[in-house]
Design a protein around this ligand. Structure first.
Ligand SMILES: Nc1ncnc2c1ncn2[C@@H]1O[C@H](COP(=O)(O)OP(=O)(O)OP(=O)(O)O)[C@@H](O)[C@H]1O
Ligand SMILES: [Mg+2]
Length: 165
């Protein structure tokens, strides 16, 4: 499957997509979240983290660049690279852990970290569409392709989300 598109008429639809993605996950995955300012990247990331069991406040990484969350099985990282002018600026953050198997990684403005961040298993591109958004999911690895196939095959977002380490 080369890509999959879905309409997100409101924020609740973005949340349901995130829940559906979480339900389709088996272990870790790297997500690149594309889309202009306000496209809904953080909304998706927050809903995905919550669907994976994060219960506390989910802070925006706009200033910290990276936020870390322990999961029941593994670790999650949420990055917002909007303020990065050069990928070299990411060196001091020590982002090696992002490449560990089992890590769930969500990266907003990934093109600003090109070369310094792990490649996307799945890229979610969000675009304005009327008062809502349009989403396009594109796999970048065989792992992402498998995830997308499970996601599309299972339209039931009420399935209990799970992630295995
Ligand atoms: N599918 C949707 N339809 C309409 N509004 C949405 C949708 N998804 C999210 N929003 C709204 O869009 C606004 C911006 O969302 P969000 O902060 O997630 O964007 P962002 O892409 O992370 O922006 P930034 O680039 O500034 O980080 C929020 O008010 C959110 O409620
Ligand atoms: Mg954001």
């Amino acid at each position: 499957m080369r890509e999959w598109s879905v309409d997100l008429p409101d924020e609740a639809a973005t949340r349901r997509l995130a829940e559906r993605v979480a339900a389709a996950m088996e272990g870790g995955a790297v997500f690149h979240l594309d889309g202009e300012l306000g496209a809904g990247k953080s909304s998706f990331a927050r809903a995905l983290l919550q669907a994976l069991g994060v219960t506390g406040r989910i802070k925006s990484p706009t200033y910290s660049l990276v936020e870390h969350y322990p999961l029941a099985h593994g670790q999650a990282w949420h990055l917002d690279l909007y303020r990065i002018a050069d990928p070299d600026e990411l060196e001091w953050l020590g982002l090696d852990a992002l490449g560990e198997p089992g890590a769930v990684v969500l990266i907003e403005w990934p093109q600003r970290g090109a070369g310094a961040i792990p490649p996307a298993d799945l890229t979610l591109a969000l675009a304005y569409a009327g008062s809502g958004r349009a989403a396009r999911l594109t796999p970048g690895t065989p792992r992402g392709e498998q995830l997308l196939l499970r996601l599309v095959a299972n339209p039931d977002a009420s399935v209990q989300p799970r992630t295995r380490g």
